[in-house]
Design a protein around this ligand. Structure first.
Ligand code: NAP
Length: 253
């Protein structure tokens, strides 16, 4: 008797990124740029967004004709986000890594510090989610980035922690309300990426050495660790409404 044709994961509702269209907010640096590069290596096309056109062009320069477009914008501007998404819609996946954070004690934060944090890590994801209602394919996904500060409290992380936690709740709710579109969150631990650019080289290295020594994996994260997880969440059609901690064991250390 002939064997039945094996059914692959991808036939069961998981879809490889080959030929898919991604919109990545935060693509000018760090994890957003790494996701763009890894997705293109897997055959996807990418639209790149963030505030700095120069940074987006730098990412685009490595990706050739896989770039659908570059969209410099401040993602607190809902109309700008809407117009950017509309341009080459529909998308298969939309990602936001946008973050403009200040790590200071709560009482020392200025209005401007707080506005930038809420803008990049709350209003930007909200605008992305609203755009996803119209410009994301029904079997597509949205990916937010939260962070370990949601779970590990420390001086200077009050608002960052609160916003991270808010995103995780938002994604789970939207996974129900906007089904079958999928909403997930990656919570990074300490990763060698743009979030730490405000530190001097010596301070950044000291932080990374100290964090690495405290983690079960013995190192801080690389942007490709995060890009790999992001691509897994996009490709796996059975994952929604959840948080994947890509933190080297930071929550349990
Ligand atoms: N690196 C870590 O250790 C770590 C740890 C925990 C969580 N995370 C989270 O992981 C994500 C990625 O981190 P990363 O280190 O890769 O950050 P990153 O390199 O600083 O990238 C963030 C990007 O967001 C863009 N951006 C900021 N505000 C924006 C706005 N209002 N509108 C549009 N774009 C905006 C920035 O570009 P422009 O300035 O050009 O706009 C930047 O390219 C962030 O959400 C961060 O909070 C990181």
């Amino acid at each position: 008797m002939a064997n039945a044709t094996p059914v692959s994961h991808f036939q069961r509702g998981c879809e490889a990124l080959e030929g898919k269209k991604l919109f990545i907010l935060g693509a000018g640096s760090g994890m957003g740029a790494a996701i763009a590069k890894m997705a293109v290596a897997k055959g996807a096309k990418v639209a790149l967004s963030g505030r700095s056109e120069e940074k987006l062009k730098r990412t685009a320069s490595e990706l050739g004709d896989a770039v659908l477009g570059i969209y410099p914008l401040d993602a607190v501007d809902s109309q700008a986000v809407d117009a950017a998404l509309a341009d080459k819609a529909p998308y298969d996946h939309i990602v936001t890594t946008a973050a403009d954070l200040t790590f200071k004690p709560f009482v020392e934060l200025s209005d401007d510090d707080i506005e930038k944090m809420l803008g990049s890590k709350f209003f930007a994801p909200l605008n992305i989610a609203r755009g996803a209602n119209q410009y994301l394919n029904a079997n597509g996904s949205v990916l937010f980035f939260s962070g370990l500060a949601a779970y590990r409290q420390g001086e200077g992380s009050s608002i960052v922690g609160a916003l991270n936690m808010a995103l995780e709740s938002l994604a789970a709710n939207l996974a129900i309300e906007m089904k079958p579109k999928r909403f997930n969150v990656i919570s990074p631990g300490v990763v060698d990426a743009g979030s730490w650019d405000f530190l001097s080289d010596a301070d950044r290295q000291a932080l990374f050495d100290s964090v690495a020594a405290s983690l079960p994996v013995g190192r801080v994260g690389h942007v490709d660790d995060l890009a790999h997880a992001a691509i897994g969440l996009m490709e796996n059609g059975f994952i929604t409404g959840t948080v994947v901690n890509v933190d080297g064991g930071g929550r349990i250390a």
